[in-house]
Design a protein around this ligand. Structure first.
Ligand SMILES: Cc1cc2nc3c(=O)[nH]c(=O)nc-3n(C[C@H](O)[C@H](O)[C@H](O)COP(=O)(O)OP(=O)(O)OC[C@H]3O[C@@H](n4cnc5c(N)ncnc54)[C@H](O)[C@@H]3O)c2cc1C
Ligand SMILES: NC(=O)c1ccc[n+]([C@@H]2O[C@H](COP(=O)([O-])OP(=O)(O)OC[C@H]3O[C@@H](n4cnc5c(N)ncnc54)[C@H](OP(=O)(O)O)[C@@H]3O)[C@@H](O)[C@H]2O)c1
Ligand SMILES: *[C@@H]1O[C@H](CO)[C@@H](O)[C@H](O)[C@H]1NC(C)=O
Ligand SMILES: *[C@@H]1O[C@H](CO)[C@@H](O)[C@H](O)[C@H]1NC(C)=O
Length: 596
C-alpha cells in the first residue's frame, strides 16, 4: 500500500479518529467484526448437485441468500427428467442418498427414478428451501462484472417467456454432466418422419408404447434399461446399434446383482425397515457395508492392457454368455472390440436376454436416413416404425452449456470447447476455473472420484464451496480466483494419472472430451478419500484474492472495533458453546468448528 509511515504520536487519540491511518496507527471501522456479511448465491440446476449445494450452504454459510434455477418443473435433475419406462438407479438406494439425510424407507435395493426424485423433493422441503428454488427458469448466460465483483445472470422465465436479470456474489454451475439430450443429426429424423420422435430423457407422459413398432437407437445404459422394460408390451423393436457395449455384472462383487426378473433387486420388507427405525446402529452398519463395497480399490482394472483389465474382460464375457443362455453365436454378435471400462459399465438387467426375443431385430447396419414411415439403413432397407426412440445420450456437460463470461470477457465454452484455446475443461481441482472469480462447478470435469456415490461426492464439493464463500465473506474480500500456475500443475497431475487409462482405447464415451478423444474428464485423479482430503483445507495460496474497498489500506480492516458480531447481537447463549458435554468433545477437532 502506497502510504508513508510516520511514527505514531505518543498519545493515542481518546476518540475514534475520522481517518483510518494516523501515523502507524490504523483505526478500522467502529463496528465489530461481522464474519457473516450478507452474500447472494445463484445456483444453476436443481439436481442432486444443486440441491446438496443449497442445503449445505444454507447451513454452512450464515446470511446467504440462495436462489436455484432449473428449467424443469420439478427438482431432482436426472430423476425429474428421465421418466422412461423402467428408469432406475444401479447404485443401491441406501448409498444414493445424502449422508446426513438417510431415508430408512427405501422400498428396493436399486430404486426407481420416481422414488429418488421424491426423496430429493422431501429433502428440499425439510430444509425449508422450497421457496429458494425457481423452477421452469432457464439460465441463459452468466457474466462476471469486475466493477461490482458480482455475477450478472440472465434467465428466461419459461412460464412467461420473459427475460429476467439476477445478481449474485457467487455463481454455482450445477447443470449436470448428462442433462442436455442429444438427438442425432440423422437426415429426415426431425422433419420427415411422421411418427413420434422421443428422446429417453424427454419421455412424454402421454406416450403409450403398447402395441407399437419402435425404432430404438442406442445401446448405452438408457437403451439397455428401456428395452427389457417395454418389450413385452410392444409389437416390435428395431434396435440400432452403432457400437457394441459391455454389459457388466454389478460394479462390486458383494452387491446384489440385479437380474432380468428383478431389476430393482430385493425389496426391503416391512420388518427390515422397522429394524432400521428401531435400531439406528444396525442401520448405519447396513449403510456402511454398502458404502464399503464402493471403496474397494479399483486401480488396475482401469489400466489399459493390464492383467486386471484382461481379467475384467473375462469375467464380463462369462456373465454376458450366461445371460445369453450360453449362446456363443449371440455373444460374438454383441461383444465389443474395445477394453471394458472405456465406456461406463452398466449391468442392464434383462437387456441381453431381450436381444434374443423374436420381437427384436438387432441392427448393426448403419442408419442412412429416416423417411416418412421409418428408418432406412445403409443397405437401402426400410424398417417401418410408429415411433423412433433416441436413446442417444447427452451433450457433454463437462463444459458449460450456456455462455459463462469471465473477467477477461471470454466465454468459458470457447476456452474449453474441443476447438478452443485449451481444448478441454481445465479446472482447478474440479471445482473452479481460472479467470472466473467466485465461479464453482459441481460434478463436472474431474469432480468425481472413485469410491463414494455421487451424492456424497457432491457434499464434498458443496463443503469446499461453503469454505470459499466464508473466506471471502468474513475477511473483507470480494472475490477469489484460482491462479493459472496452480491450475496448470493440477492438470499435469491429471494427465499423468490417467496416461494409461482404459479410456484411451477406441470407444465413444461421455467420460472423455468428444468422440474419439481420450482425455479423461469424469474422474478425479485419485480415490474418494484422496479427493476428500485434498479439498478439506482449501489451499488459499493457490488463489488470487480481491480485497473489498474498505480493506485496500489494511488487510485486517475486518478486525473492526475488536469485538465480534456474536458478542453484540444479544444472543448470548452461544458465547460459551465451546463448552460441551465431555462425551461430545473430540479433542482432535476441538476449536476447529467455524461456528463455535
Ligand atoms: C437415465 C440416467 C440414469 C442414471 N443412473 C445413475 C446411476 O444409476 N448411478 C449414478 O451414480 N448416476 C447415475 N446417473 C448420473 C446422474 O446424472 C448423477 O448421478 C446425478 O444425478 C447428477 O446430478 P447433477 O445435479 O449433477 O445433474 P442433473 O441431475 O443432470 O441436474 C442438472 C440440472 O440442471 C438443469 N439445467 C441445466 N442447464 C440449465 C440451464 N441453462 N438453466 C436451468 N437449468 C439447467 C437441468 O434441467 C437439470 O435439472 C444417471 C443419469 C441418467 C441420465
Ligand atoms: N443406472 C442406470 O441404469 C442408467 C440408466 C441410464 C443412464 N445411465 C447413465 O447415463 C449415461 C448416459 O446413458 P445413455 O444411454 O443415455 O447415453 P450413452 O451412454 O451416451 O449412449 C448413447 C447411445 O446412443 C448411440 N448413438 C448416439 N448417436 C447415435 C447415432 N447418430 N446413431 C446411432 N447411434 C447413436 C451411441 O452409440 P456409440 O456408442 O456408437 O456412440 C450409444 O450407444 C450412462 O453412461 C449412465 O451413466 C445410467
Ligand atoms: C464495538 O461495537 C459494538 C457495537 O457498536 C459495541 O457494542 C461494543 O461495545 C464495541 N466494542 C468495543 C471494544 O469498542
Ligand atoms: C422410404 O424409403 C424406402 C426405402 O428407400 C422406400 O421404399 C419408401 O418408398 C420410402 N417411403 C417414402 C414415404 O418415401
Amino acid at each position: 500500500m502506497a502510504k508513508t509511515k510516520v511514527a505514531a504520536k505518543a498519545a493515542a487519540p481518546s476518540v475514534h479518529p475520522a481517518t483510518e491511518y494516523q501515523g502507524l496507527c490504523y483505526f478500522p471501522k467502529r463496528e465489530p467484526w461481522d464474519r457473516h456479511r450478507p452474500v447472494k448465491v445463484i445456483v444453476t440446476g436443481a439436481g442432486i448437485g444443486g440441491i446438496a449445494c443449497a442445503v449445505l450452504i444454507s447451513h454452512k454459510v450464515r446470511n446467504a441468500t440462495l436462489r436455484i434455477y432449473d428449467r424443469l418443473s420439478k427438482v431432482g435433475g436426472t430423476w425429474a427428467a428421465n421418466v422412461y419406462p423402467g428408469v432406475r438407479c444401479d447404485v443401491p438406494s441406501h448409498s444414493y442418498q445424502l449422508s446426513f439425510e438417510p431415508n430408512l424407507d427405501w422400498s428396493e435395493y436399486y430404486p426407481k427414478g420416481t422414488e429418488i426424485q421424491q426423496y430429493y423433493e422431501r429433502v428440499v422441503a425439510k430444509h425449508g428451501l422450497t421457496d429458494s428454488f425457481r423452477l421452469q427458469h432457464e439460465v441463459l448466460k452468466a457474466e462476471w462484472q469486475p466493477s461490482k465483483s458480482q455475477w450478472e445472470v440472465e434467465i428466461r422465465d419459461l412460464h412467461t417467456g420473459k427475460i429476467v436479470i439476477d445478481w449474485a456474489d457467487f455463481f454455482i454451475n450445477s447443470q449436470g454432466r448428462i442433462s442436455e439430450p442429444q438427438i442425432p443429426s440423422i437426415l429426415g429424423l426431425r422433419d420427415t418422419f411422421k411418427g413420434d420422435v422421443i428422446h429417453t430423457a424427454r419421455w412424454p407422459k402421454d406416450f403409450d408404447h403398447t402395441g407399437k413398432r419402435l425404432a430404438i437407437i442406442g445401446n448405452g445404459a438408457s437403451g439397455q434399461q428401456l428395452i427389457p422394460n417395454i418389450i413385452n408390451d410392444v409389437a416390435h423393436i428395431d434396435h440400432y446399434v452403432r457400437s457394441k457395449t459391455w454389459v457388466s455384472p454389478t460394479f462390486r462383487a458383494d452387491l446384489f446383482s440385479a437380474q432380468a426378473g428383478q431389476p430393482g433387486g430385493p425389496k426391503y420388507s416391512e420388518e427390515e425397515r422397522k429394524k432400521f427405525h428401531d435400531d439406528p446402529q444396525a442401520y448405519v452398519e447396513h449403510r456402511r457395508k454398502l458404502e464399503l463395497s464402493f471403496h474397494q480399490s479399483h486401480r488396475g482394472s482401469d489400466v489399459l492392457g493390464s492383467q486386471a483389465n484382461e481379467e475384467l474382460r473375462k469375467t464380463i464375457t462369462e456373465v454376458m454368455l450366461e445371460r445369453l443362455g450360453g449362446d456363443e453365436e449371440w455373444l460374438a454378435r454383441v461383444i465389443p472390440d474395445y477394453a471394458p471400462g472405456c465406456k461406463r459399465l452398466t449391468p442392464g438387467p434383462g437387456y441381453l436376454e431381450s436381444l434374443k426375443d423374436p420381437k427384436l431385430d438387432y441392427i448393426t447396419e448403419g442408419i442412412s436416413h429416416v423417411n416418412e414411415t421409418g428408418v432406412v439403413t445403409k443397405d437401402g432397407k426400410l424398417h417401418e416404425a410408429d415411433a423412433i426412440i433416441a436413446a442417444t445420450g447427452f451433450k457433454s456437460g463437462f463444459n458449460t452449456l450456456f455462455p459463462v463470461i469471465g473477467k477477461d470477457g471470454v466465454d468459458l465454452r470457447e476456452k474449453w470447447g474441443p476447438e478452443g484455446e485449451i481444448g478441454y475443461p481445465e479446472t482447478y481441482l474440479g471445482v473452479m476455473a481460472p479467470g472466473y472469480p467466485n465461479y464453482f462447478i459441481v460434478l463436472q470435469a474431474q469432480g468425481n472420484a472413485w469410491g463414494a456415490s455421487a451424492p456424497v461426492q457432491i457434499e464434498i464439493t458443496a463443503t469446499y464451496i461453503a469454505k470459499c464463500i466464508r473466506k471471502v465473506q468474513s475477511q473483507s474480500y470480494v472475490s477469489l480466483d484460482p491462479r493459472e500456475d496452480a491450475v496448470q500443475e493440477f492438470n499435469d497431475i491429471v494427465n499423468g494419472y490417467f496416461h494409461n487409462s482404459v479410456t484411451h482405447d477406441k470407444c465413444n464415451s461421455w467420460f472423455k472430451q468428444g468422440p474419439g478423444a481420450s482425455r479423461m474428464l469424469i474422474a478425479w485423479p485419485g480415490t474418494y478419500h484422496h479427493r476428500s482430503d485434498a479439498l478439506r483445507d482449501p489451499r488459499w495460496e493457490d488463489f488470487e484474492f480481491k480485497r473489498a474497498q474498505g480493506a485496500r489500506l489494511n488487510r485486517f480492516e475486518f478486525f473492526g472495533n475488536g469485538s465480534t458480531e456474536r458478542e453484540n447481537t444479544g444472543e448470548h447463549q452461544d458465547l460459551a458453546n465451546y463448552l460441551k458435554l465431555v462425551g461430545d468433545i473430540d479433542i482432535a477437532t476441538l476449536h476447529e468448528a467455524w461456528n463455535e
